[in-house]
Design a protein around this ligand. Structure first.
Ligand code: GLA
Length: 774
C-alpha cells in the first residue's frame, strides 16, 4: 500500500512501513522503517527536527540554520552541501562538482521494468519518487517496488540527463537507508573457493565498513546479502533488518556510523572502474536493492527473504515444482570417462532412485583435462559415440531425465573458438594475459560474443532431450580494458541479455547456477537459475557452515547439495553416508560419487535415503526454515523445516565430547496444545566406525584395519538408535523429549546414540492423530 499525504509518503507491506518525508528545504528523508503503521496519523512525531545546527556543521542554505544535511536522514546523499557521510550518489560535470536533488513528485505506476536488469516479478505496487537537481535539468527517479506478502521493499535509482552537457556517474547506490544505532550487530558472509558463505558477526562501530566484490562477479569473497540486528535480537525475537542486491557483478555495500550514532546503509554496484557517461536525453538505471524488516528475529527475516525469492525472484514455472534428485558424475570421474562408464553410472543411479542424470565437464571437443576444448561445444564422439542424443535416450529408457554441464562464458586458448576469434576474449591488448584454470573469459560486453554464447547454448540444448543445464563460470575477470567506463556492468548486463533469451527459448529446462560453486550466487543469477550449486566442497561438516550462511538469505529450493564419497575430496575428512545425507537433504538433493565403488550396504543405505527424501521432498525443498544458533557459537546446531503436515528437525554436532550432556529434541513453531509424534530416521552405522572395539563382540580377533572388517562392512552395519514417542508441542518447543544416551566410551547397542564427530541425526515430527482414549 502506498499513500501520500502532505509532505509524507507511506509505503507499506503486510507488516512493515517505510515513511518518507519532504522537509522544509524539499529534501527527501527516510524517517521510519519498521513495523507497519496503518495511516499517517501521528507520523510527524517520527521526524526529528533540530532547533539549530551545531558546531562547525554548515546549514543547507542561508534561511535554514536548523538544517544540516549531515544530520538529515537523506534518501540520497551527494557532496558539497554539508553532508559529510560517503555520498550515495557521486556525479561530475566539467563545470560542476556539486549536485543537489530536491523533491519534485511522487507517482504510483501500474508497472515498471528495470532497464536491462532483472526485476523480481509480481510486486503489489510500484511508486516513483522524482527528485530534481535545483539548478540543472537532471532528474533522479527512485522506484519503490512493494512485495507486500513477504515484507520486502525493492529500490532502484534512475538518473536522467536532460542537459546538453554530459554527466559522469562515479557512484550510484541503489538504496540508502539511514538508521540510528541500537547496539547493532552486522552479520555478513565471507569465503573463498570451497569455503563459501561463512558467517561473520561484528558490532557496528563508528567509521565505515564496506563489503564488496571487485572480481567481476558478486563473488565468494562476500555475498551481497547482509543483516543488522539489535543487540538483544535472537533467531526467534527482536529487531532485524535484512538486505540484498538483485545483481551479479561487482558490488559495494556499506554501513557507516558517525559520532552521533547516525547510520547510513548503502547498497549498489561497485564504484570501482565505474564511470558512466550519461549524455543528453540518456538515462542510467541501477540494479534493485531489497530490504526487509521484522521484530521477530533472524528466522523471520530469513522467512521474508525465502518467500521473496521463491515467489518473486525465481521464474514462476519453478515455484513449488518438485526438484529432481540429481546424480552428477564430476567427483566420480572428473574428465576421465567413457560411454560405457557413463552407462554404468546411469544404470546404477536409476536403480538407486535418482531422477536426473547430469553429465558434467569433459563431454565435448578435446576436453580431456582443463587445458583445452573449452568454447567448442561439439560432442566428443570418440568418448561418447552415441552422442548427447544417445545418452539422453539411454537416460530416458532408465526413467531418468538428462542434464548437461556447460561453461559458456569461457574459452581455452587451445580451442577452435580461440584460434578463430582471439578477439572474443577479454584482453587489454597490452599485457600478457592472466589465466584461471587455464582459461580466458569471453567478453560478454560485446554483442557478437553474446550472440556466440547464446547460439552455442541454444544449439546444444536443441541437440538432445536435455532437461537441465549446469551453467558454470570458473574464473574471475582480469585484463579488461574499460573503454566504456562501465565494462563490468556491461559484462553482467550482456550476460543477462543472453540468459533472458535462453530462458524464453527453454522455459522448462531447469538451469542450475554454478561458479566454481558459489562464486556468483546472488539474486540476479536466481532470476534466471532456479537453483544454485553452493560449493565444490562436498564435505558435510563444511556444508553446515555454507548452508547456514546461505540459509539466512536464500531458500532451500535454491540450494543444490550433493552427497559425495565418504572421504571428502576437498577436506579428506571421513564422514559416513547418513551424516552426509542429513546435511544435503536440506535443499535440493543430489549424489556425486562413483557408484561403481558402492558396497551392497552403501546401496541399501542410499536407496533408503532417496526413498525418505522423496517421501518428504516438499518439506525439504519448500518448507519454512528455522535454526537455533550459529554453528561457530555452539557445539551443536539445530535446523528445522516445516510445512502444513510435517516438521523435520536435524541436530548437527561438531566435536564429540566424553561427557555428553543430556540431549533433547527441540522444535520451533508447533501448536502448543497439540500432541505430536516424533521418530528419528533409522541409520546404518558402518562396523568399521567401531575400530578395535569390534573385538569385544567378535568370537575371533579382527584387525580393525584389515580386510575381514572391510569385507564385512560391505554387507553389515549396526542399526542406529530409534528415538520416538509422543509429546506436546509446548514441550517440544521448550525443553523437548529426552533423546537416547549418547555414546561416551562404554557399551553400544540400539539404545545408544552414536553420533560422533561432525555427525547428525534427523527427526520427523507429525501431529499425533491416534485416538488416545481407545
Ligand atoms: C567447477 C564446478 C564443478 C565441476 C567442475 C567441472 O569446479 O564447480 O562442480 O562442474 O567445474 O570442470
Amino acid at each position: 500500500m502506498i499513500k501520500i499525504e502532505n509532505s509524507l509518503i507511506l509505503i507499506s507491506t503486510n507488516n512493515t512501513s517505510l515513511i518518507l518525508n519532504v522537509d522544509e528545504v524539499k529534501k527527501v528523508n527516510i524517517v521510519y522503517y519498521a513495523n507497519k503503521i496503518e495511516s499517517l496519523l501521528g507520523a510527524k512525531s517520527l521526524i526529528r527536527t533540530y532547533p539549530y545546527i551545531e558546531g562547525c556543521e554548515v546549514s543547507y542554505d542561508k534561511n535554514h540554520n536548523n538544517i544540516s544535511l549531515n544530520r538529515q536522514k537523506n534518501i540520497v546523499s551527494t557532496v558539497g552541501k554539508g553532508d559529510n557521510f560517503s555520498p550515495s550518489l557521486s556525479l561530475k560535470r566539467d563545470d560542476c562538482s556539486v549536485f543537489d536533488f530536491i523533491y519534485d513528485s511522487f507517482t504510483i505506476l501500474n508497472e515498471y521494468k528495470l532497464d536491462s536488469l532483472p526485476t523480481p516479478h509480481d510486486y503489489s505496487e510500484v511508486g516513483k519518487l522524482t527528485l530534481k537537481e535545483t539548478k540543472l535539468n537532471i532528474l533522479l527517479n527512485i522506484y519503490f517496488f512493494v512485495y507486500a506478502d513477504c515484507d520486502v521493499i525493492g529500490v532502484s535509482e534512475e538518473l536522467i540527463n536532460n542537459e546538453e552537457k554530459d554527466i559522469l556517474i562515479n557512484k550510484i547506490s541503489s538504496l540508502q537507508l539511514p538508521l540510528v544505532n541500537e547496539d547493532y550487530e552486522l552479520i555478513t558472509t565471507f569465503g573463498c573457493w570451497a569455503g563459501e558463505l561463512n558467517v561473520q558477526k561484528e558490532k557496528v562501530t563508528r567509521g565505515k565498513k564496506v563489503i564488496e566484490s571487485l572480481c567481476g562477479y558478486s563473488s565468494n569473497r562476500h555475498n551481497p546479502s547482509f543483516l543488522i540486528r539489535e543487540g538483544n535480537c535472537s533467531f526467534n525475537s527482536g529487531n532485524v533488518y535484512g538486505f540484498n542486491l538483485v545483481y551479479s557483478g561487482n558490488f559495494e555495500n556499506s554501513i557507516e556510523m558517525d559520532a552521533f550514532e547516525n547510520i547510513r546503509i548503502q547498497l549498489g554496484i561497485s564504484s570501482y572502474e565505474f564511470n558512466k557517461v550519461v549524455k543528453q536525453k540518456e538515462s542510467f538505471t541501477s540494479p534493485m536493492a531489497v530490504m526487509t524488516y521484522t521484530d521477530s528475529g533472524i528466522n523471520s527475516m530469513s522467512f521474508n527473504f525465502h518467500r521473496f525469492v521463491n515467489q518473486h525472484v525465481i521464474e514462476k514455472q519453478f515455484y513449488k515444482r518438485n526438484r529432481e534428485i540429481v546424480y552428477n558424475n564430476w567427483e566420480a570421474t572428473s574428465f576421465n570417462f567413457t560411454e560405457s562408464k557413463i552407462h554404468s553410472l546411469m544404470k546404477k543411479a536409476s536403480k538407486l532412485g535418482v531422477e536426473l542424470f547430469v553429465l558434467d565437464d569433459g563431454w565435448f571437443s578435446t576436453r580431456n583435462n582443463d587445458t583445452s576444448g573449452l568454447g567448442d561445444w561439439n560432442i566428443n564422439t570418440k568418448k561418447l559415440p552415441s552422442g548427447l542424443k544417445g545418452l539422453s535416450d539411454y537416460a530416458k529408457k532408465l526413467n531418468m531425465k538428462f542434464g548437461l554441464w556447460m561453461e559458456p562464458e569461457m574459452v581455452n586458448e587451445d580451442s577452435e573458438l580461440y584460434r578463430n576469434h582471439p578477439d572474443y576474449v577479454i584482453s587489454d591488448n597490452i599485457h600478457e594475459k592472466s589465466y584461471g584454470r587455464n582459461q580466458l573469459v569471453l567478453d560478454l560486453s560485446k554483442k557478437e560474443v553474446q550472440d556466440y554464447v547464446y547460439k552455442s547454448v541454444f544449439d546444444t540444448l536443441k541437440s538432445a532431450d536435455i532437461s537441465y543445464l549446469k551453467w558454470d563460470c570458473n574464473r574471475n575477470i582480469t585484463d579488461y580494458l574499460n573503454k566504456s567506463g562501465t565494462f563490468f556492468f556491461d559484462y553482467i548486463t550482456g550476460l543477462y541479455s543472453v540468459l533472458e533469451k535462453l530462458r524464453k527459448d527453454f522455459p522448462d529446462v531447469l538451469f542450475e547456477n554454478c561458479a566454481s560453486g558459489g562464486n556468483r550466487f546472488d539474486l540476479g543469477m536466481l532470476s534466471y537459475f532456479a537453483q544454485s550449486w553452493q560449493s565444490d566442497d562436498t564435505d558435510s561438516y563444511q556444508r553446515i557452515y555454507i548452508q547456514e550462511g546461505a540459509g539466512l538469505f536464500y531458500p532451500l529450493s535454491t540450494l543444490s547439495n550433493h552427497v559425495a564419497c565418504k572421504v571428502s575430496n576437498q577436506m579428506l575428512r571421513y564422514t559416513y553416508f547418513d551424516t552426509k545425507f542429513n546435511v544435503a537433504c536440506f535443499g535440493v538433493l543430489g549424489y556425486e560419487l562413483d557408484l561403481d565403488d558402492l558396497s551392497k550396504l552403501d546401496i541399501e543405505n542410499i536407496k533408503a535415503q532417496i526413498a525418505y527424501y522423496k517421501e518428504h521432498r516438499d518439506v525439504f525443498q519448500w518448507g519454512r526454515f528455522y535454526t537455533d544458533s550459529f554453528i561457530s557459537d555452539r557445539l551443536e546446531k539445530i535446523v528445522q523445516v516445516k510445512n502444513e503436515s510435517e516438521t523435520i528437525v536435524a541436530r548437527y554436532q561438531t566435536i564429540q565430547k566424553p561427557f555428553p550432556k543430556e540431549a533433547h529434541l527441540k522444535a520451533f513453531d508447533l501448536d502448543k496444545n497439540k500432541l505430536y509424534e516424533y521418530t528419528s530416521r533409522k541409520e546404518m552405522i558402518p562396523l568399521k566406525k567401531f575400530g578395535g572395539l569390534i573385538n569385544y563382540v567378535s568370537p575371533i580377533h579382527i584387525n580393525p584395519e584389515g580386510s575381514i572388517i572391510t569385507v564385512i562392512s560391505k554387507y553389515k552395519g549396526m542399526d542406529s538408535e530409534v528415538d520416538s514417542g509422543i509429546c506436546y508441542g509446548s514441550s517440544l518447543m521448550s525443553t523437548g523429549p529426552v533423546l537416547s544416551q549418547e555414546w561416551s566410551g562404554v557399551g553400544y547397542d540400539e539404545r545408544v546414540r552414536f553420533v560422533s564427530d561432525f555427525g547428525a541425526r534427523i527427526y520427523l515430527i507429525k501431529e499425533y492423530t491416534n485416538d488416545l482414549h481407545k
